[in-house]
Write a protein that binds this ligand. Sequence first.
Ligand code: R5P
Length: 291
Amino acid sequence: MHVIGGTASTSLAERISRELGNAPFAIPFTKRFPDGEMYVRVGGRFEGEDVVVVQSTRTDQDLVELLLLEDAVREAGARRVFVVVPYLGYARQDRRFFPGEPVSARTFCRHLELDADVVVTVDLHSSQTLTHFSKPAFEASGIPAIARLLRERPIDLLVSPDQGGVDRARRMAQLLDKPWFALQKKRLDSEHVELSLPSTLPVAIEGKQVVIVDDVISTGGTIVEAAKLLKKRNVAGISAACTHGLFLRDAFERIKAVADEVYSTDTLGNPAEKASVAPDIAQILLRESSA
Ligand code: R5P
């Protein structure tokens, strides 16, 4: 199995190659044509080989690069192409909210699977998105990676900032054998939320080391408000952990102003990338390549 790391996911791709028993790893050559179009070239031939292409699609350009890489490894003789999209962009528009809109998640899935035999992604906004793939598609979870990291940290309690994250907090709490609860969240607009504590708490939170766990940190508004709310209840310390750390604009600095630590997985390059999903992705790749 060969691993190719796209420009959006080079470090994670290298970690995946190590998890695959030091599978050959390569970074393709990329450049821009004068008109802005992208050029990619992979080195060598992959005749009869399985090739893993790793590329998050945070930006439109990342998606173009992924499509070109898939075609390039096919052209270079790959037998099977395993497409790993650690962060699947546009997945949040997973239904038509208003007439005239696209189902962005669906069209992304259709296009990025064109040259794929198997697709692997991580913590989708909604697991329903997997149904848009016609090829075998799998969702790795960021929870074990974050749990492996938190096991080394002094924590007492896990908090989900909203009801949508109940399963995540519960699963992580089980892995760490800690109590958890979920806040109530009302989204006011794309940047502002209103949060409140549930009427009953499973444990007293005063003096506790609390970790707020979320799937995505985007503007940081959710984590900042959650941290402020918990601080009012005199918790001893607050950390924030997520799978996908987008940290738009000054989100990272705003969170650091209210939280002691910020952790994310390595699905997107960011300063909080302290937990790797490479073992969890590699496990799926090994299973599917031998299926
Ligand atoms: C919402 O449903 C998600 O789970 C996250 O809570 C949300 O995307 C975080 O966004 P932001 O950082 O902009 O508050």
